[in-house]
Design a protein around this ligand. Sequence first.
Ligand code: ADP
Ligand code: MG
Ligand code: MG
Length: 480
Amino acid sequence: MEVSCLEPCVQLKLSREELENTVDKAKDWALMHGISMRSKVSFNKNQVQVLPFTLLPSSFPKKHFEKVKGIQVLLNELIHKVAHNNDFLIKSLKSTIGADSFTAKLFNIYETVYKEGFNQTVSLGLLRSDYMLHANQIKQVELNTIASSFGGIVTITSQYHKYILSELGYTDKIKNIPENNPINGLCKGLTHAWKLYDNKKAVILFVVENVTYNICDQRFHEFEISKINPDIKVIRKSLKDLVSEARLGPNKQLIVGNLEVSVVYFRSGYEVEAYPTEQEWEIRLLIERSKAIKCPSIQYHLAGTKKVQQSLAYSNALNVFLKDDNIIKQIQEIFAGLYSLEFNNETESVIDNAISHPKKYVLKPQREGGGNNVYDKDIKLRLESMRNSEERTAWILMDRFYPPVQKNYIVCARNEPFEDNYLHFSNVVSELGIYGVIIGNHDNIIYNKEVGHILRTKPSNENEGGIAAGIGAIDSPYLI
Ligand code: ADP
Ligand code: MG
Ligand code: MG
């Protein structure tokens, strides 16, 4: 695959000593401002460590950046409508839930509350639509409807990249780093939902992992909520905690301990590991049955599955949700080729093609959080092994992107001590994410905004760039 290149924002000409001093200062800036997380290797509640970040902002074409920023409110609306279309959800997910027990469990919860009638009709979505550049176009990787993370960290990272450019003497270039304040936008979504619930004493519940590594990002949300409205109290509980602490009140209020919950913000619950026993599933159902506003509600959660993404890429799918041809066209332009693996004749030829040319595709299951997809020759092996089994319907195939490469330094990558790493520019590629906030019920959209962006950057030879895994890095776009 031929790949193109992007010019880096600056060509650093520093001695080794100058570079080391710069990196030292950059790390301290990052640590002191919270571009940090807890260590997985030596977990200690009293400590955080700098998470991987790029020394310099990475170049990103302005026209593509603006295009996807501009369509975020349309995507918010689309996902909202998809989530409220029972027929579409059933049709899209029917075969997948036969093959994937995790999605089936989520779907069961959805069906249960759908049949009972929702006790809270309003949903809150803090979404993040992710993109890569490919062949001079910008294409959607996926759209996250649950636990869209790093809005706090990247707000700070934009400030860091401005700082480092000025520190290196490039103050004239700071203007190319766009304003970015997703933390405020996301938290305004949370506080708006809190207001809609209309009980000043009710708290916002963050549903978190048993052990949280990405603590700084989560706390940035909590602290921002307090800044926006100091009267709002936030509590943090894992699904496990909630098994013993949560119940429904007489009017379907969600009660935790002795506190009523207005908004449930899931930062966990998208991953299989969050549900080790049936009890966690029962708690998820209890939450969905409650009159608390959920971020996301179970229907928003399902609307964010890879399978729904693939269903939306069928040629006439968008016409069900959107009436304006021009809008439909704009959205279709960002979709990549996405292919169902359900049993039909069309699918067989896609599978044949993917087996012969695995580098043209990514094979994806219904999972979130990174590290689940299949690449390269493993695609061939996996497709061959499940070709005749129902299992394949739990997966989708997607055209693979090859974004343009550029040079940058990744600071604090997993291969510390990073001496070898940082004295060379390495080839990196980036993934842009746009944050969106949506609030609405079946009939109305009450709130719909685009609230900022994230750039994540990884070495170009890596298939995936998990930040927590230490492979990818937090970055800021430098618009060119
Ligand atoms: P998850 O929900 O686990 O984040 P993604 O669809 O975002 O799933 O895939 C994880 C990562 O895999 C992405 O961040 C990106 O690095 C890589 N990836 C996903 N889809 C593609 C694609 N079509 N082409 C190239 N890389 C991809
Ligand atoms: Mg995802
Ligand atoms: Mg992703």
